[in-house]
Design a protein around this ligand. Structure first.
Ligand SMILES: [Zn+2]
Ligand SMILES: [Zn+2]
Length: 192
């Protein structure tokens, strides 16, 4: 193991207290909040370091929940959405309360079952400015919103765009029962 500073060593992994779960750099972890009533913080492990007394410290890169961003949660943000921030910290490895998975948006959409420990990330977030990368994503529907994986949408057989039933003055049930859906724009073009 390479010595970094006097008395500090890079370690390859950390075994969570009372468990057999092993945490390594690159893993996604849930960090215990000071207030146990709060949701755990989500982070990516960048580095692990042990001091001469074998106390392990972990360098984390924080994920922000939409509520923690400057602009707050918006309608297109998914319930399991996180932003990869540029905010790093050293924490005691003891704060690690569990492991989780932060999927890419594409992989998250392919999940058959979304578990409690599944999250997704499609934006990087600059904590100081509140800026997002990418700053533009594809938008859908009459409301021109980015896709929220928690919202049911129907595909128009005409223009092939996706629509929220509510934006088309339908219920989700109506939309699900339709054999094929034609949006209001395509429908009025057909009439012409
Ligand atoms: Zn809409
Ligand atoms: Zn259409």
């Amino acid at each position: 193991m390479a010595k970094t500073k006097a008395g500090k060593e890079d370690t390859d992994s950390y075994t969570m207290k009372g468990t057999k779960k092993i945490v390594k750099p690159g893993d996604y972890v849930l960090m215990r909040p000071v207030n146990p009533k709060r949701l755990p913080y989500v982070a990516r492990v960048e580095k692990l370091e042990a001091d001469s007394k074998k106390n392990v410290k972990v360098k984390v890169r924080w994920y922000y929940r939409p509520e923690e961003s400057l602009r707050g949660r918006r309608t297109f943000h998914g319930a399991k959405e996180l932003f990869l921030s540029d905010h790093y910290d050293w924490q005691s490895a003891y704060t690690i309360g569990g492991k989780c998975t932060v999927h890419s948006f594409k992989n998250y959409m392919k999940l058959k079952n979304v578990g409690t420990e599944d999250y997704f990330c499609r934006f990087e977030y600059k904590a100081a400015t509140g800026g997002f990368t990418p700053d533009r994503v594809a938008v859908y529907c009459k409301c021109e919103m980015p896709y929220n994986p928690d919202d049911f949408m129907v595909k128009c057989e005409g223009c092939r765009d996706w629509y929220h039933p509510s934006c088309m003055e339908m219920t989700i049930e109506d939309a699900k029962n339709m054999e094929q859906f034609i949006c209001s724009v395509c429908a009025s073009n057909d009439d012409a």
